[in-house]
Design a protein around this ligand. Structure first.
Ligand SMILES: Nc1ncnc2c1ncn2[C@@H]1O[C@H](COP(=O)(O)OP(=O)(O)OP(=O)(O)O)[C@@H](O)[C@H]1O
Ligand SMILES: [Mg+2]
Length: 460
C-alpha cells in the first residue's frame, strides 16, 4: 500500500519576507517510486498533478512536474516579461538585450515575419504591413473602433461577422488581432525561455481594468494561438499594486495612475501584508500616449497643409514618419523645453522635394494636448468617489505607464491628489513584475488544491 506524506515546509504570501512554499511527497513502504519533492518559492513553478492510476496502490501514483511561469504585460505599445527569481520578481531581458519589447509585428515584401524592435524600425518603409497598437482592436467589433482604425497605417477591415481584421497585403492575408498579438507573445516567451534557460509554456497575462469579457477572452486566445497556457488574466493596475506592495509590511491605500500608449486606468487599492484589495477602478480605454502623438502629427500636418496645400495625412508613408517624429519630440519634451522636428523629403511635388523643419515648445505641446490632460481628471475623481475615500486617505500615488513621464501629467496628478507621486517603481516594468508576483498567488491556491487532493489520496 502506498502512502503519501505531504509536508508544507513554509508558506508566506506576497508581502512576507520571502515567498516560499514547499511540499514534499514520499511514497510509503510499499511504494516502488523513489520519493519526489517539489519546492515552490525560491523556484516558483506551476504544479501539475496526475490522479493515481489503477496501479496506484502498488507503484507510481503521483507525477509531479514543475516549471517556471512568467508574468507578461502585453502592452499597446510595449510589452514586458518578468519571472520570479530567487523569490523576487525580475524583468526578463529580450533577445536584443532590452527590458521591454515593442508590441509590433511586420511582414516584409518577401513574406518574412518580424516582431519587436526590428519590426518597429522598418515601419516607415513598410507601413501597410506593420501592425502596431493592435491591442486597441483585440476582441472588438469593427463598429467600436472606427476612430482607432483611422489612426493606423495598415488596413483595418471587417469580416462577415463584423469582427475586426487586419489586412496584410505583403502575404495576402487578413489577421485577427489576437493572431498578431500571439506573434508578440510568442517572441516574448521564446526570448524568456532562452534567458531563463527553461522552456516556458505558462503565463499570467495582464489587461487594462476596463477590458470587457470579449477583450479578455481574445487576449487569452492570443496566448493559446501562441502555444501558451494563460493561467490567469489580471488587471494591469492590480499587477502594479502587487509589485509595489510585494515587500510592504503595513497596509496602505494607494492610487495607481496608469497612462500607457493606448489606455488610461486609475485604481484605488488597499495593499500590504499579503492583502491586495481593489477598492475601485476607473479609466478611459481611448486615452493614451498615442493620442498625444496624434496631436503633434495633426499640428505638423495642418501647418504643412497651410504652407504647401498638401494633406500628408492621406499619404501612409508620410503619416508613419510624422507619427514617429511626433513620439520622439513628445518624449524629448519630457526632459527638454523644446524639441526640433526634422523630416526631410516628406513628400514631393512638381516643384521638387518638400521637407518639414519645425520646433515644438513644451508650452505649445501642452496647449495642443490640454483637453487630453483634462480628460485625466474625471477617472481620478470617480475612482476616489467610488472607493468612498478622500484625498487625505491616500498614502501613495503610483505612476505607471510611459506617458506618466510627461511633466504636465505629473503636474496634474500632483494637483489632483495633493501628493508627490511615488517614483520608486519603474513605470515601464511594474505591471510585468506584478504579473510575476501574481504567480505566487496562483501557486498558493494550487497548494491548497494539492493539499485537498493529497488528503483524498490518503483516504484512498
Ligand atoms: N519619456 C517619455 N515621455 C513621454 N511619453 C513617453 C516617454 N516614454 C514613453 N512614453 C510613451 O509611453 C507610451 C508607452 O507606454 P507603455 O509602454 O507604458 O504603454 P503600454 O503598456 O504599451 O500601453 P497600455 O498600458 O495602454 O496598453 C507611448 O505612448 C510612449 O510614447
Ligand atoms: Mg501598460
Amino acid at each position: 500500500m502506498v502512502s503519501f506524506t505531504c509536508s508544507q515546509v513554509g508558506a508566506t504570501a506576497a508581502g512576507g519576507a520571502s515567498p516560499f512554499l514547499g511540499y514534499r511527497w514520499r511514497s510509503g513502504p510499499g511504494g516502488a517510486t523513489p520519493s519526489s519533492s517539489l519546492f515552490v518559492g525560491r523556484r516558483l513553478a506551476a504544479v501539475q498533478m496526475r490522479a493515481p492510476s489503477r496501479g496506484a496502490r502498488g507503484g507510481s501514483a503521483l507525477r509531479v512536474t514543475c516549471e517556471k511561469v512568467v508574468g507578461i504585460d502585453l502592452g499597446t505599445t510595449n510589452s514586458a516579461v518578468a519571472a520570479m527569481e530567487g523569490g523576487k520578481p525580475t524583468v526578463v531581458t529580450n533577445a536584443e538585450g532590452a527590458r521591454t519589447t515593442p508590441s509590433v509585428v511586420a511582414y516584409t515584401k518577401t513574406g518574412e515575419r518580424l516582431v519587436g524592435q526590428i519590426a518597429k524600425r522598418q515601419a516607415v518603409v513598410n507601413p501597410e504591413n506593420t501592425f502596431f497598437s493592435v491591442k486597441r482592436f483585440i476582441g472588438r467589433k469593427m463598429a467600436e473602433v472606427d476612430d482607432e482604425a483611422k489612426q493606423v497605417s495598415y488596413g483595418v477591415v471587417k469580416d462577415e461577422n463584423g469582427n475586426v481584421k487586419l489586412d496584410c497585403p505583403a502575404i495576402g492575408k487578413q489577421f485577427a488581432a489576437e493572431e498578431i498579438s500571439a506573434q508578440v507573445l510568442r517572441k516574448l516567451v521564446d526570448d524568456a525561455s532562452k534567458f531563463l534557460n527553461e522552456k516556458i509554456t505558462k503565463a499570467v497575462v495582464t489587461v487594462p481594468a476596463y477590458f470587457n469579457d470579449s477583450q479578455r477572452t481574445a487576449t487569452k486566445d492570443a496566448g493559446r494561438i501562441a502555444g501558451l497556457e494563460v493561467l490567469r488574466i489580471i488587471n494591469e493596475p492590480t499587477a502594479a499594486s502587487l509589485a509595489y506592495g510585494f515587500e510592504k509590511k503595513n497596509n496602505e491605500t494607494i492610487l495607481v495612475f496608469d497612462l500607457g500608449g493606448g489606455t488610461f486606468d486609475v485604481s484605488v487599492l488597499e495593499v500590504g501584508d499579503g492583502v491586495f484589495e481593489v477598492l475601485s477602478t476607473s479609466g478611459d480605454t481611448h486615452l493614451g500616449g498615442d493620442d498625444f502623438d496624434k496631436r503633434i502629427v495633426d499640428w505638423l500636418a495642418s501647418n504643412f497643409k497651410k504652407d504647401e496645400r498638401i494633406d500628408l495625412l492621406k499619404d501612409k508613408q508620410a503619416l508613419q514618419r510624422l507619427t514617429e517624429a511626433a513620439e520622439k519630440a513628445k518624449m524629448e519634451l519630457s526632459t527638454l523645453t523644446q524639441a526640433n522636428i526634422s523630416l526631410p523629403f516628406i513628400t514631393a511635388t512638381a516643384d521638387g522635394p518638400k521637407h518639414i523643419e519645425a520646433t515644438l515648445s513644451r508650452a505649445k505641446f501642452e496647449e495642443l494636448c490640454s483637453d487630453l490632460i483634462d480628460r485625466l481628471k474625471t477617472p481620478v475623481n470617480n475612482a476616489l468617489r467610488d472607493a468612498k475615500l478622500s484625498l487625505s486617505d491616500l498614502d501613495e500615488v503610483i505612476l505607471v505607464g510611459g506617458s506618466t513621464r510627461i511633466p504636465a501629467v505629473q503636474e496634474l496628478v500632483r494637483k489632483l491628489t495633493d501628493k508627490d507621486p511615488n517614483v520608486t517603481v519603474n513605470p515601464d516594468e511594474v505591471v510585468s513584475l506584478g504579473a510575476a508576483v501574481q504567480v505566487i498567488f496562483f501557486i498558493l491556491k494550487c497548494g491548497l488544491f494539492l493539499q485537498r487532493i493529497i488528503v483524498k489520496l490518503l483516504l484512498y
